[in-house]
Design a protein around this ligand. Structure first.
Ligand SMILES: Cc1cc2nc3c(=O)[nH]c(=O)nc-3n(C[C@H](O)[C@H](O)[C@H](O)COP(=O)(O)OP(=O)(O)OC[C@H]3O[C@@H](n4cnc5c(N)ncnc54)[C@H](O)[C@@H]3O)c2cc1C
Length: 466
């Protein structure tokens, strides 16, 4: 694609330093991909350090019709940060200041490039936490988490990122700076642009400042691990917990294949290789007796389940961490098998979880590729991971067929194509399975209202072929 990059460089050099501009091949390669490993080199990378600089860069790009792709930690799992048509990558990593921790109003003001784990560390000193904390916490940024409306293991109790964002400062494609929402807990003044920008995947505006709610850190947590000999039984167990009035802060599910992959990967931790399902449940609270009571109730419910093999309550924090390691290392353990992956981040209403899990097992029987199922069972969000070899035509074709079948089953169960990883480029061509042409057209009109020239993160979200 031809862009007037030289003119763009000349313009931005009048207000950015040399070290804020990347043009060398290695540097451009570094910013060319995200966690999908889909890669496309940009023509140039800019690293602004203030909202004013973001605005000026956008103005230059707008005037010259040059596409701009915003990037945070590049941990995205739907390719949203990949500059698919080249142009400019705008990395927000240098805008990484925590501007305010307001302990009286339980609010924070941060720049988008703050790494999620750094924010948690800063909040811990005040006995506070920011609930939206995806497993990519050591690399992902708050800006990226807001842009993706990220979920996380504790979303079942605490909600998703959008539930915490009160206000945003953002820069529109033509460089205009806007402020939406603010420091008030309530606000119904006009359309909810905070909610719209949260989860907009960097396609509407560049987020430059974020005001969020935070919460007091729960003082107690109890973690249980439950092995079952049947996936449907496991899904029933999950539903029974809610049916008994308990809202755990996390419920994670892994199938037999995932259990065995982790057992191969983590030799230091003992796992029940014979189990069809592993369910990890955590409860938290401010009162020890109440938290203990909920944990005991969960163990009792597990023991009542017909599919139970074994249940264990962690005796201390060290054991709880060991339980969590099993879940956290699931993706690396699957990757260690050396195959290529297609991932469906599907979500169904919690009551439909058992049926989706069963449907996936049925789909697997008719195909040659392997399907691993794990995820946030408490909120119905499963990461269905299809393993295949890209070099093998038959397996590749089969993997994509499985992906489409999984999506169709999900939608048939009132589910959605993506629960937390976003549409980006990996899901966009399936949007038509979920949305009507009229609904997609409405999304396009919103995009046009923000970005009439279509320069911000192009070729994302919308289906390629109409
Ligand atoms: C090991 C691992 C674990 C993960 N666990 C989870 C999980 O538990 N829950 C979950 O939801 N996701 C998870 N993810 C996916 C990913 O971490 C999230 O989507 C995260 O929110 C991306 O943040 P990032 O800073 O890396 O953004 P990037 O990948 O850099 O960008 C993501 C999107 O946001 C846009 N963007 C970034 N910054 C801005 C900005 N300032 N303004 C406007 N747009 C912007 C980009 O254009 C892109 O479309 C995981 C990924 C990995 C690799």
């Amino acid at each position: 694609m031809f862009y007037e990059i030289d003119r763009f460089i000349k313009k931005i050099k009048s207000f950015l330093r040399e070290d804020q501009i990347v043009l060398d091949t290695d540097g451009l390669s570094h910013f060319s991909y995200d966690a999908t490993e889909i890669s496309h080199k940009p023509h140039i990378v800019v690293l602004p350090e203030s909202t004013k600089e973001v605005s000026k860069v956008m103005r230059c790009a707008y005037d010259l019709d040059i596409p701009v792709t915003p990037q945070g930690g590049r941990t995205g799992l739907s390719g949203g940060a990949v500059p698919v048509v080249g142009g400019v990558v705008m990395s927000l990593l240098r805008m990484n200041r925590i501007l305010e921790i307001d302990t009286k109003n339980l609010q924070i003001v941060v720049e988008p490039g703050v790494v999620a784990a750094d924010l948690q560390t800063a909040l811990k000193k005040h006995n506070l936490f920011f609930p939206p904390d995806p497993s990519s916490t050591v690399e992902s940024t708050i800006g990226g988490n807001v842009a993706e409306n990220a979920g996380y293991t504790r979303a079942v109790k605490y909600g998703v990122t959008r539930d915490y964002v009160l206000g945003l400062e953002a820069v529109l494609p033509d460089g205009t700076i806007i402020n939406v929402g603010g420091r008030t807990v309530k606000n119904v003044t006009g359309y909810d642009l905070v909610a719209l920008l949260t989860g907009s995947e960097g396609t509407l505006a560049i987020i430059t400042k974020i005001i969020c709610k935070v919460l007091p850190m729960p003082r107690f947590r109890r973690t249980c691990i439950v092995y079952l000999n049947d996936l449907l039984g496991a899904a029933d167990f999950v539903v029974s917990i809610f049916d008994n009035g308990i809202i755990p802060c996390a419920i994670e599910l892994m199938d037999n294949y995932c259990i065995n992959c982790v057992a191969d990967y983590l030799s230091s931790i003992e796992l029940r290789r014979d189990a069809e399902a592993l369910v990890l449940v955590e409860v938290d609270g401010q009162h020890e007796i109440a938290t203990d009571d909920e944990a005991q109730k969960i163990i009792t419910l597990a023991k009542k389940n017909n599919s139970i093999i074994e249940s264990r309550l962690a005796s201390d924090e060290v054991e709880a961490e060991r339980f969590w390691r099993i879940r956290r290392d699931t993706l690396p353990a699957l990757k260690a098998k050396g195959k290529d992956h297609l991932e469906a981040d599907v979500v169904v209403p919690r009551y439909a979880l058992a049926f989706l899990v069963q449907a996936i097992k049925e789909i697997e029987k008719d195909h040659i590729v392997k399907i691993a199922t794990f995820g946030h069972a408490g909120d119905g969000n499963l990461h269905v991971t299809i393993q295949y070899r890209k070099g093998n035509f038959k397996e590749t074709e089969d993997a994509y067929n499985v992906l489409e079948e999984v999506y169709k089953k999900t939608i048939a169960m009132s589910g959605k194509l993506t629960g937390e990883h976003g549409v980006g480029i990996t899901v966009k061509n399936y949007m038509k399975l979920q949305m009507t042409p009229e609904e997609i057209e409405l999304l396009k009109r919103i995009k046009y209202a923000f970005d009439p020239k279509g320069i911000l993160n192009p070729r994302k979200i919308f289906p390629e072929y109409d």
